[in-house]
Write a protein that binds this ligand. Sequence first.
Ligand SMILES: *Cc1c(COP(=O)(O)O)cnc(C)c1O
Length: 367
Amino acid sequence: MLTINLAAIQSNWLKLQNIGANAKVAGVIKANAYGLGADQVGNALYQVGCREFFFASIDEALAGRFFLPSDTTIYVLGGIQVGDEPLLVESNLIPVLSSLSAIDRWVKVVTSLGSNASSAIKINTGMTRFGLDVWEFESLFNDKNLLRAINPVLLMSHLACADEQAHPLNQRQLSQFSNCVQLMRPLFPNIRYSLSNSSGIFLGDKWHFDLVRPGAALYGINPLPNSSNPMLSVLHLSLPIVQVRKLAAEEAIGYGSSVTLPAGSRVAVVSGGYADGLHRSLGFQPEGILNGKLVRAIGRMSMDSTIFDISAIDLPGDQLLGESIDVINSSLSLEYLSKKNSSLGYEILTSLGARFKRKYVHSDHHV
Ligand SMILES: *Cc1c(COP(=O)(O)O)cnc(C)c1O
């Protein structure tokens, strides 16, 4: 069971709104809200006041247009693929235009449709992924009619090292972006500006501009990896025990007979294996908590199940059926797990498999 605390996600958003002060806080709910459920998360954020949402692909954004209230602004981050443009216009989705060719295509389509659909422009200030290089952006000012035709409402860039507060690139990206803002402002007095992801919000007011774009921090990932996590943890993953066995003799465990346990040991087989994304997120032999005690997976993980050594737990087997082993909770936190397995909180969340039963809780009680 994957339990997702929507109230904690709401508190996290409100906390960022507090820090963001004068900036508006969007919700980045791409990749199914980092695996937690874009519909549920998006609507929970809406309830506390979030009105702007970012998705990665047009398919995600079209789904979002359907499940989010109509007074929301939806941006599509991943650039636009050739041929997507008319659907974006029709569905009132704002493309983040990230190259001159994307801008050209957008102009052609909106002109031929006679539409004044809005767009966002993304500049590359140091991430070197999506976005116009600064000189390309400057070249747009040679053709102001073109720039007006794409009706930009947001100018944005993306920080590459915001989670390392002292990294010199933060300051360089800020000043490059500020130069672009200076260029844009006289021509489009009402356009808004956006630079920061979760960690960027914690760099200080100068990085906030009009709109900040947190994803990770909403979901409890620490935006400040070198200090204690200011965000609430929002999820809890527990794997149901489906079989308990006591070994009559020394036995090998699992595929490849890679380990043996002595006679008298007890193992619990739980539902959940590498097909559920556990391989990446929790290490090859996940730790778990059962009945308040630490237990450890043993042998190779299977596709659909994992075996835990529960010799230290003295409850009778039939009492354990129906119990679950926690593998992510407030003590086996995203931060602890990602450090231990040299992974990322982002990867842990986005690899959580679709097969887990998801339960959404709306209250503030702890998960
Ligand atoms: C994913 C993404 C974000 C959110 O980043 P977090 O680190 O999860 O807060 C913000 N902006 C852009 C452009 C992104 O691609």
